[in-house]
Design a binder for this molecule. Structure first.
Ligand code: ZN
Length: 558
């Protein structure tokens, strides 16, 4: 039976059925465990054996799962045994939509402005400037104008006062807008009399007409074009090393890069070869880079357990955190603003068709209900013209839904990847969507009730990636100030854990490989400092991550 699996029950322990995995692919010596983790409280996300005390690991995979006695009895001479001291263990988390390679480069080169006061941000920029040769750019990212204690945005004058002899560019967390100082404005060769660029804005003080230093959309791109980007191949690898270290510390063991390009794919491989890639990567490829991929015969699934080619990525509409998603009903307080459609339907169809015909999974950024409707129409048309069993069409974000969209998603077998941390982290931005609409956003309850498999997804940098924040956000739908956003969409903790593990594996066709603690699956897991099932749901975010394991090796130990 080549490649078949046989599972057999050896005994019944206090924690339920004990199963040992065996396969013709494994040699006999592989059935002797290399490592045993015991005296733990394992939540396996395997319905047939939800809880266990111990696991045996061999060849980077789970070999056996059961009670302490049962698993310890397997210990051969060399098996290393680790006492987990009763700690809670979950399968490793899968972040099904984020931007790790790009974020890694930003962390290498830019000041992390995710700070709670403008004073702290200016101090961090000043420190970076003191170590930067005069005249060179000082760059910041992850600044959020709604999150500083001053309750107002940065100003050009204070940026000038903090850093006078370097151009400064501080980008918003969402990525579509930025704040710049006077040297930057001079280098960009714009002044108070320069007209706004098409599709963007250089903000001006209404009283004086002077540029404020806040630049948006294509106005921001003016600066992108003059900031030298001179990353080497080694920098790209280093960025991946850094971000994989950051993400695994939070309990993430797999990610989907939602907007990869050939350089990113190479960076993941380089980091992996250098022994520096700590998490597994499913790398979507943005449609603009697809010609070379198609010419080489590359398609979804090429690669291995560590680096794998994902879906073709397309973009239908705008963003939630910067309030440009394409909606059927206008934004609250802006009766004429329905958001932005980035790619017209026919163009989206043409992009999708090429990749679908070549055997690729499809993934389309669609946030607003109008964007989701268009994307579903494209998928439905393709499925009619070139039917594929188990296509697993992905709706990246899939934020604002209604009953008929949910029914179509179910009928198509499509997969939504809603923002997991937004109700908690971006609560203050939800006002512009209104309470009614927020009850239909990040709609995990609706998806699960309809039998759809939504994933955990941070979209980092725009959203924080910590899985404990995702769980708290999904279970409570409450922000850090106590405001509740869309209580109808609350799910249980058990459901939220499944969303963050098994569903993520399914979204990348890897449900037989990971997403639960089961014999034969990859030994990816996270050890929590406190029991999440006993924690106050409003305090889950503070549970420390003690250890993270990927493929039977600790990649993080506190
Ligand atoms: Zn994204």
């Amino acid at each position: 039976m080549p490649g078949s699996r046989r599972e057999f029950v050896i005994g019944m322990g206090a924690v339920g059925a004990f199963t040992l995995f065996s396969s013709d692919l494994f040699s006999i010596d592989r059935t002797e465990p290399e490592l045993i983790l015991y005296n733990g409280s394992f939540w396996t996300v395997n319905a047939r054996q939800p809880r266990a005390q111990a696991v045996a690991i061999s060849g980077g995979r789970f070999l056996a799962i059961g009670s302490n006695d049962e698993v310890l009895a397997l210990a051969a001479g060399n098996a290393k045994k680790i006492d987990l001291g009763g700690k809670t263990v979950l399968p490793g988390f899968i972040d099904a939509h984020s931007h790790p390679a790009e974020a890694g480069l930003s962390h290498l080169r830019m000041v992390d402005c995710d700070l709670r006061s403008i004073a702290d941000i200016l101090k961090a920029l000043r420190e970076r400037a003191s170590k930067t040769p005069a005249g060179e750019w000082v760059l910041g990212f992850k600044y959020d104008d709604t999150k500083t204690s001053e309750g107002r945005p940065l100003t050009r004058a204070e940026l000038d006062a903090a850093v006078a002899d370097h151009p400064v560019f501080v980008q918003h967390r969402g990525g579509h807008t930025a704040w710049v100082n006077s040297p930057a404005i001079r280098l960009a060769k714009i002044d108070d009399h320069t007209p706004d660029p098409a599709g963007g804005k250089y903000d001006r003080d209404p009283a004086t007409g002077h540029l404020t230093g806040h630049v948006r959309e294509t106005g921001r791109e003016t600066f992108d074009k003059i900031i030298p980007s001179n990353f080497t191949r080694d920098d790209h690898r280093e960025g991946v090393r850094l971000i994989s270290q950051m993400m695994t510390r939070s309990g993430i063991t797999s990610v989907t890069d939602a907007m990869g390009n050939p350089e990113d794919l190479r960076a993941y491989q380089d980091a992996r070869e250098a022994g520096q890639l700590k998490m597994r990567v499913y790398c979507h490829i943005y449609q603009a880079f697809m010609d070379q991929m198609l010419a080489a015969g590359v398609k979804t699934g090429l690669g291995d357990d560590w680096v794998k080619v994902g879906a073709q990525k397309m973009i239908c509409d705008g963003s939630i955190s910067e309030r440009t998603a394409r909606l059927s009903q206008a934004y609250i307080g802006r009766p004429d603003d329905f958001g932005i459609l980035v790619t017209p339907e026919e163009e989206l169809y043409q992009q999708a068709r090429k990749a679908h015909a070549a055997g690729w999974q499809l993934a389309t950024h669609a946030n607003g209900d109008v964007g989701i409707d268009i994307t579903l129409r494209v998928y439905e048309r393709l499925q009619k013209e070139m039917p594929r069993t188990d296509a697993r069409y992905r709706l990246e974000h899939c934020t604002v839904v209604n009953d008929s969209l949910v029914a179509r998603i179910k009928a198509l077998g499509a997969i939504p990847t809603p923002f997991s941390t937004y109700a908690y982290y971006h609560g203050e931005k939800m006002k512009e969507y209104g309470a009614d609409r927020v009850n239909h956003m990040f709609a995990l309850r609706s998806f699960i009730d309809a039998g759809i498999r939504p994933t955990q997804a941070s979209d980092y940098p725009p959203g924080p990636f910590e899985p404990m924040m995702a769980l708290q956000s999904e279970v409570t739908r409450t922000d850090a100030k106590g405001n509740v956003w869309g209580p109808q969409q609350r799910i249980t903790l058990e459901e939220a854990i499944r969303v963050g593990t098994m569903h993520g594996a399914y979204a990348s066709f890897e449900e037989n490989l990971k997403g639960s603690i089961e014999p034969g699956k990859l030994a990816d897991l996270v050890v929590l400092g406190r029991d999440v099932f006993k924690e106050d749901p409003y305090n889950i975010i503070n549970i420390p991550i003690e250890r993270t394991m990927v493929g039977g090796r600790w990649v993080w130990e506190s």
